[in-house]
Write a protein that binds this ligand. Structure first.
Ligand code: AMP
Length: 309
C-alpha cells in the first residue's frame, strides 16, 4: 500500500461557536488530517508529540482508524499542546484566544524507519523547524510534499517558515494567510508571489466559498458544498489537507489534472468535518456517506454548455 506521512499537532482544543462551547476536546492538525486520510487506501503514520495528560481514549480514536502512531511521542510529566478559539457569527473568521505550545516547544520529531520512504508527506500545521526536520529525515524523495501553515507561525517564525516553503511542492493556506504571507490583496497576485517562494502549486482555501488551486498561469476552483448545518469549522482546513494528500498518496499521480481531483476530494471531506463539534463527525463518518456526497459535488459543479466559435 502507498504511504502517507503526516506531521502536525495532536492537541486539546476548546472551541466557542455561535452554537455552543466545548471544554478541552480532541483536536490538532495531525488528528484531523489523519482521520480524513483514513478514508483512502493508504498506510498513514502521524509524527507528533503529546504530554502525559493525553487520554488513552483519544489515542484509541486514531488507532481505530489504523493510523501508525509509532512516531507519536508521549513526554513524561509534559502537557499537550492546547489551542482555544472563538468563531464570529459568520463562522468564516475566528479569534485565537489561547495557544499553549507546551511539549511542542522543544519537540524533536522522529520519523518511523518504515515511513522514511513515504510516497507523500503532509506537513500539517506546526513549527516550521519541525516540518523541516521531518523532510531532513526522509531517505527517499517523496512524490509530493504538501505543507499547511497558519498566521501564528508567520508572526513568530517567519524566517524558518520561508526556509521550509522553499522545499515543498504544494502549500495549502487560507485567503487571509495568503495575503499576509505575500503582502498582496489580490489572491491571483498572492498566489504568484507564493509560487515564487518555492511551491509549484498553491491552494487557497476560502472557507464556505471553496478553494482555488494555482499552478503557473492556470487556476482551478472547487466550491464548498452548501450545507444545511454548520456547527464548528475547526479542523476543516486540516480535513481538506487530509483528503487532498490521502487521495494523491492513493493514486500516486501528481499531474495538475489529478491535483484538481485532490482539491475536490479535500473539499468533500471538509464538508463533513464542520457538521458537528470537534472530531465527532469524522469519527463516525462512513465510506458510503463519503461517496454519496461526491455525487452531490459532481451535480453541483457539472454543466453542459456548448461553446460556439
Ligand atoms: P483549522 O481549523 O483547520 O485551521 O485547524 C484547527 C486545528 O489546528 C485545531 O485542532 C488546533 O489544535 C490546531 N492549531 C491551532 N493553532 C495551531 C498552531 N499554531 N499550530 C499548530 N496547530 C494549531
Amino acid at each position: 500500500m502507498n504511504k502517507l506521512l503526516i506531521v502536525g499537532t495532536v492537541a486539546f482544543d476548546a472551541i466557542e461557536t455561535p452554537f455552543g462551547k466545548t471544554d478541552k476536546i480532541l483536536g490538532g492538525a495531525a488528528t484531523y488530517i489523519g482521520l480524513s486520510a483514513s478514508f483512502f487506501d493508504v498506510e498513514s503514520a502521524i509524527v507528533s508529540v503529546v504530554g502525559e495528560d493525553f487520554p488513552e481514549e483519544y489515542v484509541q480514536v486514531l488507532k481505530n482508524k489504523n493510523i501508525d502512531l509509532s512516531g507519536l511521542e508521549v513526554v513524561k510529566g509534559g502537557k499537550t499542546f492546547f489551542w482555544s478559539g472563538r468563531y464570529h457569527n459568520d463562522l468564516n473568521s475566528r479569534d485565537t484566544l489561547d495557544t499553549q505550545l507546551n511539549t511542542l516547544a522543544d519537540f524533536q520529531p522522529k520519523v518511523p524507519e518504515n515511513f522514511k520512504n513515504a510516497d507523500v508527506v503532509m506537513l500539517g500545521n506546526l513549527h516550521p523547524l519541525v516540518q523541516s526536520s521531518v523532510l531532513d529525515q526522509m531517505t527517499e524523495t517523496p512524490k509530493l510534499v504538501v505543507l499547511d501553515t497558519m498566521n501564528f507561525w508567520m508572526d513568530c517564525a517567519l524566517p524558518e517558515l520561508m526556509e521550509v516553503i522553499k522545499r515543498i511542492d504544494v502549500i495549502t493556506i487560507n485567503d487571509e494567510e495568503a495575503r499576509q504571507l505575500s503582502g498582496e490583496y489580490s489572491l491571483v497576485k498572492a498566489a504568484a508571489k507564493i509560487q515564487a517562494m518555492g511551491p509549484k502549486y498553491v491552494v487557497i482555501k476560502k472557507g464556505e466559498h471553496g478553494a482555488l488551486l494555482f499552478h503557473d498561469k492556470e487556476v482551478f476552483f472547487a466550491p464548498a458544498l452548501p450545507l444545511e448545518e454548520v456547527f464548528d469549522p475547526t479542523g476543516a482546513g486540516d480535513t481538506f489537507a487530509g483528503g487532498f494528500s490521502g487521495f494523491i498518496a492513493q493514486s500516486k499521480n501528481v499531474s495538475f489534472d489529478n491535483l484538481k481531483n485532490a482539491v475536490i476530494f479535500g473539499s468533500n471531506m471538509a464538508s463533513f468535518c464542520v457538521e458537528k463539534f470537534g472530531t465527532q463527525r469524522m469519527e463516525e463518518l462512513t465510506k458510503d456517506e463519503v461517496s454519496n456526497r461526491l455525487q452531490q459535488f459532481r451535480a453541483l459543479t457539472q454543466f453542459d454548455i456548448s461553446l460556439q466559435s
